[in-house]
Design a protein around this ligand. Structure first.
Ligand code: ADP
Ligand code: MG
Length: 397
């Protein structure tokens, strides 16, 4: 079964509710990365080109106090959307009431309206984040059909996704959500083999679900990043001052036993004495880490080993940087993996996870991957094989 898509909807003359993820990073009211806005444009364009009346909305940040409203207004986002899409966007600075209803009623075919941050409703008893039934029904009453394109929020059942879907006749996926389902869902449900997973990032505890799920599904699992040291300790190595979760060593042992040789651990690492880019560093074997050293990246032999495992892969999922890529001295492992994935021919390469996606884009490999997920937490939960409420609420075809 596949999900209903925006192209399956009759849009002309319809009020089209569009949940997007415009939770963009901002500094002093200025958007520092507008990628999420750009990613949502194809679906919005499609709706207005087919004479739908687009009612666009999103959450932004967290709203706990009245003061949070001032720094989390979507007004600058509406302005950026207008610039990027080249069509006027009418911004309505409220989340409910007459002003919003009048603006919706005045909307003509092919026009765009955007209303204020859905989480402003959280001040009033967590109505948005708690999926308050009244709020979902109210927003649903403003539209004829619902298009969900907010993958970044798909792991949460909120009033602005699941709540609306429960109260409207038709719910379809936008192009972005569809792409995430195709790539991440495809890799999890039906990967072309060999299927290799690369896992890194900061902690084992953040990724237990993903590791457990991928042990079942992947043919090989390559482990780097901070989490590698908990595994190295589990096989009996000394890890010095490296990041290591003592309370997860037994779990790492269990995972290694369950993986039955599928897990490949680093053979070398770049160590230093402080968590800093300014202290001297050297490459050592992972079975030779001194007490006063910490490993901040995988080493060159490990990179070769990983490249070798990747050479024949047909599906690759990558979650979590190989080292502290924010420091130039410890970015080589992460860049090396980017390079290895970029050079793979006839393989589907998927990057999920906020920091890994940011690293791939920052190092200039964004266009070289088959898919870079727009969801951090959502892509992690999707890779775990969980049912995401924001996907489940979309109608089947
Ligand atoms: P993602 O967002 O891609 O899922 P995580 O949030 O799990 O990734 O982890 C990213 C962080 O892990 C980065 O900030 C990086 O500096 C850190 N990290 C990677 N390797 C190490 C290491 N060896 N020691 C400490 N931190 C590390
Ligand atoms: Mg992260």
């Amino acid at each position: 079964m596949s999900k209903k898509n925006v192209t399956d909807l009759k849009l002309e003359g319809k009020r089209v509710l569009m949940r997007v993820d415009f939770n963009v990073p901002m500094k002093n009211g200025v958007i520092t990365d507008d990628n999420r806005i750009r990613e949502a444009i194809p679906t919005i364009k499609y709706v207005i080109e087919h004479k739908g009346r687009a009612i666009v909305f999103s959450h932004l940040g967290r709203i706990k106090t009245e003061e949070d409203k001032a720094t989390n207004s979507l007004a600058p986002v509406a302005k950026r959307l207008e610039e990027l899409i080249g069509t006027p966007v009418k911004f309505v600075p409220v989340t409910r009431g007459k002003e919003l209803e009048d603006a919706v009623n005045a909307l003509k075919d092919g026009e765009i309206l955007m209303f204020e941050n859905t989480r402003f409703e959280d001040l009033n008893g967590k109505k948005e984040s708690g999926n308050d039934p009244e709020l979902g029904a109210y927003w649903a009453s403003l539209g004829d059909v619902f298009v969900n394109d907010a993958f970044g929020t798909a792991h949460r059942a909120h009033a602005s996704n699941a709540g609306i879907a429960a109260n409207i006749s038709e719910t379809a996926a936008g192009f972005l959500l569809e792409k995430e389902i195709k790539f991440i869902g495809g890799a999890v449900d039906n990967p072309v083999r060999p299927f290799v997973a690369i896992l890194g990032g900061s902690k084992v505890s953040d990724k237990i679900g993903v590791i457990s799920s991928l042990i079942e599904k992947a043919d090989k699992i390559l482990i780097g990043g901070g989490m590698m040291f908990t595994f190295l300790k589990a096989v009996g190595y000394n890890v010095g001052k490296s990041k290591c979760e003592e309370d997860k060593i037994d779990l790492a042992k269990e995972l290694l036993a369950k993986a039955n040789g599928k897990i490949i651990l680093p053979v070398d690492t770049i160590v230093t004495t402080e968590f800093s880019n300014d202290t001297p560093f050297e490459v050592v074997s992972t079975n030779n880490i001194k007490d006063d050293r910490m490993g901040l990246d995988i080493g060159p032999e490990t990179l070769k080993l990983f490249e070798n495992e990747l050479a024949t892969a047909k599906t690759v999922v990558w979650n979590g940087p190989m080292g502290v890529f924010e420091f130039s001295n410890y970015a080589k492992g992460t860049i090396g993996i980017c390079e290895a994935l970029a050079n793979l021919k006839n393989a589907t390469t998927i990057v999920g996870g906020g920091d890994s996606a940011a690293a791939a884009i920052q190092f200039g490999y964004g266009a070289k991957m088959s898919h870079i997920s727009t969801g951090g937490g959502a892509s992690l939960e999707y890779l775990e094989g969980k049912v995401l409420p924001g996907i489940a609420c979309v109608d089947e075809k």
